[in-house]
Write a protein that binds this ligand. Structure first.
Ligand SMILES: Nc1ncnc2c1ncn2[C@@H]1O[C@H](COP(=O)(O)OP(=O)(O)OP(=O)(O)O)[C@@H](O)[C@H]1O
Ligand SMILES: [Mg+2]
Length: 241
C-alpha cells in the first residue's frame, strides 16, 4: 500500500472573519506529484500557507509522517522536511544568488556542514545557479529566478516540496523546462505538492489532482480521469491553454 506522507483532514481556514477554505481533505502519498488546481481565489495558496504554518486551520487536522503539524511554527515545519516555494517567488532581489540560497537553509538545526552539503546538491541540480553565484537575484531572468526560488527551498533538504504557481509569467519554453524540473525532482525522491493554473501540463505530470473551487473541494482524480470528465471540462474550458 502507498504511504501517506501528508494528510489534510476536514480543514477550515479563515482570514479574520472571512472563511477561505471549507471542510477540505486531501492527501499526498510519498514519492508522488499531487496537484491542487482551481481558478483565482479558489484557496490554493491558502492551502499551502496553512500547511507551512503561516495560517493554521481553525478546525481540522494536518498530519505529516503521522504526526500533527497543527500548532507548529513555520520554522519547525521546515525542520520536519516541508519546504514551500511561495507564489511570486519572494526572492531578495538585491541579495546575490548565494545569499538567497543561504537564507533557505537558515534554521536552528543547520550546521555549516549541512549548509555546504545542501549548496553542493542545489548546484548539482541547477548548475546555472553556480555560474551566477555572485549576481543579484533581481538581475536574473524570470525562469532563472523561479529556479533560484526552487533551489532556495531545496536548501533545507525537504522530503515534501510545495510549489505555488511555478510556471506563472514564464515564456512557453521556460514553462516546459519548469515542468521538466518538477518531474526530475520527483525522480530524485522528492514528494511534490503542486499548485498550478496551467491545468493540462499539470495533469500530465501529476499522479493525482484535487480541484478547488471557492474554498471547496470540487473534484479529485487521476489526471487522465479528470481530463476526460465532462464536468471538469466544463469548469476548466476557459482556463485551459
Ligand atoms: N491575506 C488575505 N487576507 C484576506 N483574504 C485573503 C488573503 N489572502 C487570500 N484571501 C482570500 O482567500 C481566498 C482564497 O485565496 P487564495 O490566494 O488562497 O487563492 P488562490 O487559489 O491561490 O488564487 P490565485 O490563483 O489567484 O493565486 C480568496 O477569496 C482571497 O480573496
Ligand atoms: Mg494563489
Amino acid at each position: 500500500m502507498e504511504k501517506k506522507l501528508l494528510s489534510v483532514e476536514n480543514v477550515n481556514v479563515f482570514y479574520g472573519d472571512a472563511q477561505a477554505i471549507w471542510d477540505v481533505s486531501f492527501h499526498v502519498n510519498q514519492g508522488a506529484i499531487v496537484a491542487l488546481i482551481g481558478a483565482n481565489g479558489a484557496g490554493k495558496s491558502t492551502a499551502l500557507n496553512m500547511i507551512s504554518g503561516f495560517n493554521p486551520p481553525a478546525t481540522g487536522r494536518i498530519l505529516y509522517e503521522g504526526k500533527s503539524l497543527n500548532n507548529l511554527p513555520p520554522e519547525e515545519i521546515v525542520n520536519r522536511g516541508i519546504s514551500h516555494v511561495p507564489e511570486g517567488r519572494r526572492l531578495f532581489k538585491r541579495l546575490t544568488v548565494l545569499e538567497n540560497l543561504e537564507l533557505g537553509a537558515f534554521n536552528s538545526t543547520d550546521s555549516r556542514k549541512r549548509m555546504k552539503q545542501s549548496l553542493e546538491e542545489v548546484f548539482r541540480l541547477f548548475p546555472k545557479l553556480e555560474d551566477r553565484i555572485n549576481q543579484p537575484a533581481g538581475t536574473l531572468s524570470g525562469g532563472e529566478q523561479q529556479i533560484l526560488a526552487i533551489g532556495r527551498a531545496m536548501m533545507s533538504q525537504p522530503k515534501l516540496l510545495m510549489l505555488d504557481e511555478p510556471s506563472l509569467g514564464l515564456a512557453p519554453q521556460i514553462v516546459e523546462l519548469m515542468f521538466d524540473i518538477i518531474t526530475q525532482l520527483r525522480e530524485k525522491g522528492i514528494t511534490i505538492l503542486l499548485v498550478e493554473q496551467n491545468v493540462y501540463q499539470t495533469l500530465r505530470i501529476s499522479d493525482y489532482a484535487y480541484v478547488l473551487q471557492t474554498g471547496h473541494l470540487k473534484m479529485e482524480g487521476r489526471g487522465e480521469e479528470l481530463l476526460a470528465d465532462p464536468d471538469f471540462q466544463k469548469t476548466f474550458l476557459g482556463m485551459v491553454y
